[in-house]
Design a binder for this molecule. Structure first.
Ligand code: NAD
Ligand code: GLY
Length: 358
Protein backbone atom coordinates (compact mmCIF):
# COMPACT_ATOMS: atom_id res chain seq x y z
CA UNK A 1 0.00 0.00 0.00
CA UNK A 2 1.11 3.56 -0.74
CA UNK A 3 0.18 6.25 1.74
CA UNK A 4 0.34 9.91 0.69
CA UNK A 5 -0.55 13.01 2.66
CA UNK A 6 -2.49 16.09 1.65
CA UNK A 7 -0.83 18.75 3.80
CA UNK A 8 -3.42 21.26 4.94
CA UNK A 9 -2.47 21.92 8.56
CA UNK A 10 -5.10 20.58 10.96
CA UNK A 11 -7.21 19.47 7.97
CA UNK A 12 -4.42 17.27 6.53
CA UNK A 13 -5.44 13.76 5.54
CA UNK A 14 -4.04 10.56 4.10
CA UNK A 15 -4.66 9.01 0.69
CA UNK A 16 -4.25 5.23 0.83
CA UNK A 17 -3.70 3.53 -2.53
CA UNK A 18 -3.43 -0.22 -3.00
CA UNK A 19 -5.04 -3.57 -3.67
CA UNK A 20 -7.82 -4.97 -1.47
CA UNK A 21 -7.87 -2.01 0.91
CA UNK A 22 -11.62 -2.53 1.43
CA UNK A 23 -10.68 -5.67 3.37
CA UNK A 24 -8.68 -3.63 5.90
CA UNK A 25 -11.23 -2.23 8.38
CA UNK A 26 -8.67 -0.21 10.37
CA UNK A 27 -7.97 2.06 7.39
CA UNK A 28 -11.57 3.18 7.56
CA UNK A 29 -12.50 3.01 11.23
CA UNK A 30 -9.52 5.06 12.51
CA UNK A 31 -10.97 8.06 10.61
CA UNK A 32 -14.50 7.81 12.06
CA UNK A 33 -14.66 10.03 15.17
CA UNK A 34 -18.21 9.20 16.35
CA UNK A 35 -20.36 6.10 16.24
CA UNK A 36 -22.83 6.90 13.47
CA UNK A 37 -22.16 6.45 9.77
CA UNK A 38 -24.12 6.92 6.56
CA UNK A 39 -22.63 5.17 3.53
CA UNK A 40 -23.81 6.78 0.28
CA UNK A 41 -23.41 4.83 -2.96
CA UNK A 42 -25.34 4.16 -6.15
CA UNK A 43 -27.28 1.29 -7.66
CA UNK A 44 -24.27 0.09 -9.71
CA UNK A 45 -21.54 0.27 -7.08
CA UNK A 46 -23.52 -0.77 -3.98
CA UNK A 47 -24.17 -4.37 -5.17
CA UNK A 48 -20.44 -4.73 -5.92
CA UNK A 49 -18.77 -3.22 -2.85
CA UNK A 50 -21.26 -2.19 -0.13
CA UNK A 51 -21.01 -5.49 1.76
CA UNK A 52 -17.23 -5.15 2.02
CA UNK A 53 -17.54 -1.67 3.45
CA UNK A 54 -20.28 -2.72 5.89
CA UNK A 55 -18.13 -5.63 7.08
CA UNK A 56 -15.59 -3.04 8.27
CA UNK A 57 -18.22 -1.11 10.22
CA UNK A 58 -19.39 -3.59 12.83
CA UNK A 59 -20.08 -1.81 16.11
CA UNK A 60 -21.14 1.47 14.45
CA UNK A 61 -24.70 2.71 13.93
CA UNK A 62 -24.78 2.38 10.13
CA UNK A 63 -27.33 3.28 7.47
CA UNK A 64 -26.90 3.04 3.73
CA UNK A 65 -28.36 5.20 0.98
CA UNK A 66 -28.30 3.94 -2.59
CA UNK A 67 -28.82 6.68 -5.17
CA UNK A 68 -29.69 6.31 -8.85
CA UNK A 69 -26.63 6.11 -11.12
CA UNK A 70 -25.67 8.93 -13.44
CA UNK A 71 -24.33 12.45 -13.83
CA UNK A 72 -27.93 13.67 -14.30
CA UNK A 73 -28.56 12.75 -10.64
CA UNK A 74 -25.77 15.00 -9.35
CA UNK A 75 -28.52 17.49 -8.65
CA UNK A 76 -30.16 19.48 -5.87
CA UNK A 77 -33.10 17.03 -5.94
CA UNK A 78 -30.83 14.04 -5.23
CA UNK A 79 -28.90 16.03 -2.65
CA UNK A 80 -32.17 16.59 -0.84
CA UNK A 81 -32.71 12.82 -0.57
CA UNK A 82 -29.42 12.62 1.36
CA UNK A 83 -30.62 15.33 3.78
CA UNK A 84 -33.98 13.52 4.08
CA UNK A 85 -32.21 10.32 5.03
CA UNK A 86 -29.94 12.06 7.54
CA UNK A 87 -32.78 13.95 9.19
CA UNK A 88 -35.34 11.15 9.27
CA UNK A 89 -32.75 8.86 10.88
CA UNK A 90 -31.73 11.60 13.36
CA UNK A 91 -28.07 11.70 12.38
CA UNK A 92 -26.27 14.27 14.54
CA UNK A 93 -23.24 16.51 14.06
CA UNK A 94 -20.79 13.74 14.94
CA UNK A 95 -21.90 11.66 11.96
CA UNK A 96 -19.51 10.46 9.25
CA UNK A 97 -20.64 10.32 5.63
CA UNK A 98 -18.80 7.79 3.49
CA UNK A 99 -18.91 8.22 -0.29
CA UNK A 100 -18.57 4.84 -2.02
CA UNK A 101 -18.43 5.31 -5.78
CA UNK A 102 -17.12 7.49 -8.57
CA UNK A 103 -16.86 11.25 -8.81
CA UNK A 104 -20.62 11.78 -8.89
CA UNK A 105 -21.14 10.06 -5.54
CA UNK A 106 -18.00 11.69 -4.11
CA UNK A 107 -19.01 15.20 -5.16
CA UNK A 108 -22.64 15.04 -4.00
CA UNK A 109 -21.88 13.22 -0.74
CA UNK A 110 -19.07 15.66 -0.02
CA UNK A 111 -21.42 18.60 -0.51
CA UNK A 112 -24.00 16.95 1.77
CA UNK A 113 -21.25 16.51 4.39
CA UNK A 114 -20.16 20.14 3.99
CA UNK A 115 -23.66 21.47 4.55
CA UNK A 116 -25.53 19.06 6.82
CA UNK A 117 -25.71 20.76 10.22
CA UNK A 118 -22.95 23.09 8.92
CA UNK A 119 -20.54 20.21 8.38
CA UNK A 120 -20.10 16.58 9.41
CA UNK A 121 -17.18 14.18 8.91
CA UNK A 122 -16.54 12.78 5.47
CA UNK A 123 -14.52 9.90 3.97
CA UNK A 124 -13.98 9.15 0.29
CA UNK A 125 -13.85 5.58 -1.07
CA UNK A 126 -13.36 6.25 -4.80
CA UNK A 127 -14.13 3.33 -7.12
CA UNK A 128 -13.44 4.78 -10.59
CA UNK A 129 -10.04 5.66 -12.00
CA UNK A 130 -11.20 9.25 -12.40
CA UNK A 131 -12.18 9.47 -8.76
CA UNK A 132 -8.97 7.78 -7.60
CA UNK A 133 -6.70 10.15 -9.52
CA UNK A 134 -8.67 13.36 -9.18
CA UNK A 135 -12.12 13.94 -7.74
CA UNK A 136 -11.71 12.24 -4.34
CA UNK A 137 -8.65 14.38 -3.53
CA UNK A 138 -8.68 18.10 -2.83
CA UNK A 139 -12.08 18.81 -1.32
CA UNK A 140 -14.05 20.18 -4.25
CA UNK A 141 -17.66 19.13 -3.69
CA UNK A 142 -20.64 20.14 -5.80
CA UNK A 143 -23.87 19.43 -7.59
CA UNK A 144 -24.83 20.55 -11.10
CA UNK A 145 -27.43 23.15 -12.02
CA UNK A 146 -29.34 22.82 -15.32
CA UNK A 147 -27.57 26.02 -16.44
CA UNK A 148 -24.06 25.04 -15.41
CA UNK A 149 -21.86 22.18 -14.28
CA UNK A 150 -20.73 22.05 -10.61
CA UNK A 151 -22.21 25.50 -10.03
CA UNK A 152 -23.38 24.84 -6.48
CA UNK A 153 -20.74 23.52 -4.11
CA UNK A 154 -18.15 24.01 -1.41
CA UNK A 155 -14.53 23.32 -0.62
CA UNK A 156 -14.70 20.61 2.04
CA UNK A 157 -11.87 18.18 2.69
CA UNK A 158 -12.39 14.51 3.55
CA UNK A 159 -10.81 12.90 6.62
CA UNK A 160 -9.26 10.19 4.42
CA UNK A 161 -9.28 8.80 0.89
CA UNK A 162 -9.17 5.02 0.49
CA UNK A 163 -8.45 4.04 -3.12
CA UNK A 164 -8.73 0.27 -3.51
CA UNK A 165 -7.30 -0.36 -6.99
CA UNK A 166 -9.00 -3.77 -7.08
CA UNK A 167 -12.35 -2.01 -7.59
CA UNK A 168 -11.16 -0.90 -11.04
CA UNK A 169 -11.48 -4.52 -12.24
CA UNK A 170 -15.27 -4.07 -12.61
CA UNK A 171 -15.09 -0.67 -14.32
CA UNK A 172 -16.21 -0.47 -17.95
CA UNK A 173 -13.55 0.32 -20.57
CA UNK A 174 -15.19 3.63 -21.49
CA UNK A 175 -15.08 4.73 -17.83
CA UNK A 176 -11.45 3.67 -17.53
CA UNK A 177 -10.56 5.85 -20.52
CA UNK A 178 -12.49 8.73 -18.99
CA UNK A 179 -10.19 8.49 -15.95
CA UNK A 180 -7.10 8.31 -18.16
CA UNK A 181 -8.05 11.75 -19.52
CA UNK A 182 -7.44 13.27 -16.07
CA UNK A 183 -4.16 11.30 -15.77
CA UNK A 184 -2.99 12.77 -19.09
CA UNK A 185 -3.95 16.21 -17.76
CA UNK A 186 -1.28 16.01 -15.03
CA UNK A 187 1.40 15.35 -17.63
CA UNK A 188 0.22 18.13 -19.89
CA UNK A 189 -0.03 20.86 -17.24
CA UNK A 190 3.37 20.66 -15.59
CA UNK A 191 5.03 17.25 -15.72
CA UNK A 192 6.69 16.57 -19.06
CA UNK A 193 8.52 13.55 -17.64
CA UNK A 194 5.19 11.96 -16.71
CA UNK A 195 3.79 12.82 -20.15
CA UNK A 196 6.74 10.99 -21.73
CA UNK A 197 6.09 8.04 -19.42
CA UNK A 198 2.45 8.09 -20.57
CA UNK A 199 3.49 8.21 -24.22
CA UNK A 200 5.44 5.00 -23.64
CA UNK A 201 2.90 3.29 -21.38
CA UNK A 202 -0.56 4.46 -22.45
CA UNK A 203 -1.40 1.06 -24.01
CA UNK A 204 -0.62 -0.59 -20.67
CA UNK A 205 -3.10 1.70 -18.93
CA UNK A 206 -5.80 1.05 -21.52
CA UNK A 207 -5.14 -2.71 -21.16
CA UNK A 208 -5.38 -2.46 -17.34
CA UNK A 209 -1.81 -3.42 -16.52
CA UNK A 210 -2.02 -3.21 -12.72
CA UNK A 211 1.56 -2.03 -12.18
CA UNK A 212 1.15 0.79 -14.71
CA UNK A 213 -2.22 1.77 -13.25
CA UNK A 214 -0.83 1.86 -9.70
CA UNK A 215 2.06 4.07 -10.86
CA UNK A 216 -0.30 6.45 -12.69
CA UNK A 217 -2.63 6.74 -9.68
CA UNK A 218 0.27 7.37 -7.31
CA UNK A 219 1.87 9.99 -9.56
CA UNK A 220 -1.44 11.73 -10.24
CA UNK A 221 -2.38 11.87 -6.55
CA UNK A 222 1.07 13.22 -5.64
CA UNK A 223 0.68 15.94 -8.24
CA UNK A 224 -2.82 16.84 -7.08
CA UNK A 225 -1.87 16.74 -3.37
CA UNK A 226 1.04 19.12 -4.04
CA UNK A 227 -1.12 21.61 -5.94
CA UNK A 228 -3.99 21.48 -3.41
CA UNK A 229 -1.61 21.95 -0.46
CA UNK A 230 -0.26 25.09 -2.13
CA UNK A 231 -3.63 26.54 -3.20
CA UNK A 232 -6.58 24.85 -1.51
CA UNK A 233 -9.30 27.25 -2.63
CA UNK A 234 -8.02 27.98 -6.14
CA UNK A 235 -6.82 31.53 -5.83
CA UNK A 236 -3.93 30.72 -8.16
CA UNK A 237 -2.18 27.65 -9.53
CA UNK A 238 -4.92 25.12 -8.64
CA UNK A 239 -6.79 26.46 -11.67
CA UNK A 240 -4.21 24.63 -13.82
CA UNK A 241 -6.08 21.45 -12.87
CA UNK A 242 -8.94 22.84 -14.94
CA UNK A 243 -7.07 22.37 -18.24
CA UNK A 244 -9.75 21.56 -20.84
CA UNK A 245 -12.51 21.95 -18.25
CA UNK A 246 -14.12 25.21 -19.43
CA UNK A 247 -14.54 23.67 -22.89
CA UNK A 248 -15.42 20.29 -21.36
CA UNK A 249 -18.02 21.61 -18.93
CA UNK A 250 -19.68 23.38 -21.89
CA UNK A 251 -19.88 20.00 -23.65
CA UNK A 252 -21.32 18.25 -20.59
CA UNK A 253 -23.96 20.95 -20.08
CA UNK A 254 -24.67 21.45 -23.79
CA UNK A 255 -24.97 17.76 -24.64
CA UNK A 256 -27.03 16.98 -21.52
CA UNK A 257 -25.42 15.63 -18.35
CA UNK A 258 -24.25 12.03 -18.78
CA UNK A 259 -24.15 11.90 -22.58
CA UNK A 260 -20.47 12.71 -22.77
CA UNK A 261 -18.50 11.33 -19.83
CA UNK A 262 -16.56 13.94 -17.85
CA UNK A 263 -13.16 12.65 -19.00
CA UNK A 264 -14.33 12.49 -22.62
CA UNK A 265 -15.43 16.11 -22.51
CA UNK A 266 -12.17 17.16 -20.83
CA UNK A 267 -10.13 15.26 -23.43
CA UNK A 268 -11.85 17.08 -26.27
CA UNK A 269 -11.46 20.34 -24.30
CA UNK A 270 -7.71 19.84 -23.81
CA UNK A 271 -7.33 19.59 -27.58
CA UNK A 272 -9.30 22.85 -28.00
CA UNK A 273 -6.98 24.51 -25.48
CA UNK A 274 -4.02 23.26 -27.52
CA UNK A 275 -5.53 24.58 -30.78
CA UNK A 276 -6.13 27.99 -29.23
CA UNK A 277 -2.56 28.06 -27.87
CA UNK A 278 -1.31 27.31 -31.39
CA UNK A 279 -3.41 30.17 -32.81
CA UNK A 280 -1.78 32.49 -30.28
CA UNK A 281 1.64 31.38 -31.53
CA UNK A 282 2.59 29.77 -28.21
CA UNK A 283 2.92 26.15 -29.38
CA UNK A 284 3.46 24.48 -32.75
CA UNK A 285 1.12 22.32 -34.81
CA UNK A 286 3.29 19.29 -33.97
CA UNK A 287 2.67 20.07 -30.27
CA UNK A 288 -1.08 20.00 -30.97
CA UNK A 289 -0.63 16.66 -32.78
CA UNK A 290 1.19 15.35 -29.72
CA UNK A 291 -1.82 16.20 -27.53
CA UNK A 292 -4.22 14.64 -30.04
CA UNK A 293 -2.10 11.48 -30.33
CA UNK A 294 -1.97 10.66 -26.61
CA UNK A 295 -5.71 11.33 -26.25
CA UNK A 296 -6.57 9.18 -29.26
CA UNK A 297 -4.40 6.33 -27.96
CA UNK A 298 -6.40 6.45 -24.71
CA UNK A 299 -9.58 5.80 -26.77
CA UNK A 300 -10.93 9.25 -26.00
CA UNK A 301 -12.73 11.62 -28.40
CA UNK A 302 -10.51 14.03 -30.31
CA UNK A 303 -13.29 16.08 -31.92
CA UNK A 304 -15.91 18.46 -30.58
CA UNK A 305 -19.50 17.17 -30.60
CA UNK A 306 -21.06 17.86 -34.00
CA UNK A 307 -24.38 18.72 -32.35
CA UNK A 308 -22.93 21.78 -30.57
CA UNK A 309 -22.20 24.93 -32.56
CA UNK A 310 -19.18 27.07 -31.78
CA UNK A 311 -21.50 29.89 -30.74
CA UNK A 312 -23.21 27.59 -28.25
CA UNK A 313 -19.77 26.75 -26.83
CA UNK A 314 -18.99 30.41 -26.26
CA UNK A 315 -22.40 30.99 -24.68
CA UNK A 316 -21.94 28.11 -22.23
CA UNK A 317 -18.29 28.89 -21.50
CA UNK A 318 -19.35 32.29 -20.22
CA UNK A 319 -21.14 30.49 -17.36
CA UNK A 320 -17.96 29.17 -15.75
CA UNK A 321 -16.37 29.53 -12.34
CA UNK A 322 -13.31 31.00 -14.02
CA UNK A 323 -15.32 34.04 -15.10
CA UNK A 324 -14.32 36.90 -12.83
CA UNK A 325 -15.83 40.37 -13.27
CA UNK A 326 -17.10 39.24 -16.65
CA UNK A 327 -13.69 38.06 -17.93
CA UNK A 328 -13.11 34.35 -18.62
CA UNK A 329 -9.71 32.96 -17.64
CA UNK A 330 -8.59 29.94 -19.65
CA UNK A 331 -5.90 27.34 -19.05
CA UNK A 332 -3.72 27.30 -22.16
CA UNK A 333 -0.25 26.06 -23.13
CA UNK A 334 2.94 28.14 -23.21
CA UNK A 335 4.55 24.80 -24.04
CA UNK A 336 3.55 21.17 -23.70
CA UNK A 337 4.03 20.40 -20.03
CA UNK A 338 3.77 24.10 -19.17
CA UNK A 339 0.18 25.28 -18.83
CA UNK A 340 -0.76 28.83 -17.81
CA UNK A 341 -3.90 30.57 -16.56
CA UNK A 342 -4.52 33.50 -18.85
CA UNK A 343 -6.92 36.07 -20.26
CA UNK A 344 -4.44 36.85 -23.01
CA UNK A 345 -6.51 35.63 -25.98
CA UNK A 346 -9.14 37.14 -28.26
CA UNK A 347 -12.68 35.89 -28.64
CA UNK A 348 -12.04 35.57 -32.41
CA UNK A 349 -9.10 33.23 -31.80
CA UNK A 350 -11.21 31.24 -29.33
CA UNK A 351 -14.05 30.92 -31.83
CA UNK A 352 -11.61 29.84 -34.57
CA UNK A 353 -10.01 27.24 -32.31
CA UNK A 354 -13.42 25.75 -31.53
CA UNK A 355 -14.41 25.79 -35.22
CA UNK A 356 -11.19 23.90 -36.08
CA UNK A 357 -12.07 21.18 -33.57
CA UNK A 358 -14.95 19.49 -35.43
P1 NAD B 1 -19.31 8.43 -12.11
O1 NAD B 1 -19.25 8.72 -10.69
O2 NAD B 1 -20.56 8.69 -12.85
O3 NAD B 1 -18.86 6.92 -12.34
C1 NAD B 1 -18.81 6.42 -13.64
C2 NAD B 1 -19.66 5.15 -13.80
O4 NAD B 1 -18.95 4.05 -13.26
C3 NAD B 1 -20.99 5.17 -13.08
O5 NAD B 1 -21.95 4.51 -13.86
C4 NAD B 1 -20.70 4.39 -11.81
O6 NAD B 1 -21.85 3.82 -11.25
C5 NAD B 1 -19.76 3.36 -12.32
N1 NAD B 1 -18.84 2.78 -11.35
C6 NAD B 1 -18.19 3.41 -10.36
N2 NAD B 1 -17.31 2.59 -9.79
C7 NAD B 1 -17.41 1.41 -10.42
C8 NAD B 1 -16.74 0.17 -10.28
N3 NAD B 1 -15.74 0.01 -9.45
N4 NAD B 1 -17.13 -0.85 -11.08
C9 NAD B 1 -18.12 -0.68 -12.00
N5 NAD B 1 -18.76 0.48 -12.20
C10 NAD B 1 -18.40 1.52 -11.41
O7 NAD B 1 -18.17 9.25 -12.90
P2 NAD B 1 -16.64 9.56 -12.59
O8 NAD B 1 -15.97 9.56 -13.90
O9 NAD B 1 -16.11 8.72 -11.51
O10 NAD B 1 -16.71 11.05 -12.03
C11 NAD B 1 -17.18 12.11 -12.82
C12 NAD B 1 -17.67 13.21 -11.90
O11 NAD B 1 -16.57 13.67 -11.11
C13 NAD B 1 -18.20 14.40 -12.63
O12 NAD B 1 -19.40 14.82 -12.03
C14 NAD B 1 -17.12 15.46 -12.44
O13 NAD B 1 -17.64 16.75 -12.46
C15 NAD B 1 -16.57 15.09 -11.10
N6 NAD B 1 -15.21 15.54 -10.87
C16 NAD B 1 -14.96 16.17 -9.69
C17 NAD B 1 -13.68 16.58 -9.40
C18 NAD B 1 -13.39 17.20 -8.06
O14 NAD B 1 -12.29 17.72 -7.87
N7 NAD B 1 -14.29 17.13 -7.11
C19 NAD B 1 -12.63 16.35 -10.29
C20 NAD B 1 -12.93 15.70 -11.48
C21 NAD B 1 -14.21 15.29 -11.76
N1 GLY C 1 -10.44 18.88 -10.69
C1 GLY C 1 -9.98 20.20 -10.46
C2 GLY C 1 -9.59 20.47 -9.05
O1 GLY C 1 -9.72 19.64 -8.18
O2 GLY C 1 -9.14 21.55 -8.76
Amino acid sequence: MISLNVSLGERSYPIYIGKNLLSRPELLTQHIPGNSVLVVSNETVAPLYMDKVLASLTGFKVKTLVLPDGEQYKSLETLNTIYDCLLSNRFDRNTTLIALGGGVIGDITGFAAATYQRGVHFIQIPTTLLAQVDSSVGGKTAVNHPLGKNMIGAFYQPKAVIADTETLSTLEDRELSSGIAEVIKYGLINDIEFLEWLETNIDKLVNRNTVALAYAIDRSCKSKARIVAADETETGQRALLNLGHTFGHAIETGMGYGNWLHGEAIASGMIMAARLSEKLGWISSSDVDRVIDIIERAHLPVRAPAKMTADRFIELMKIDKKVSDGVLKLVLFKAIGQAVITTDYTEDALLDAIKDSY
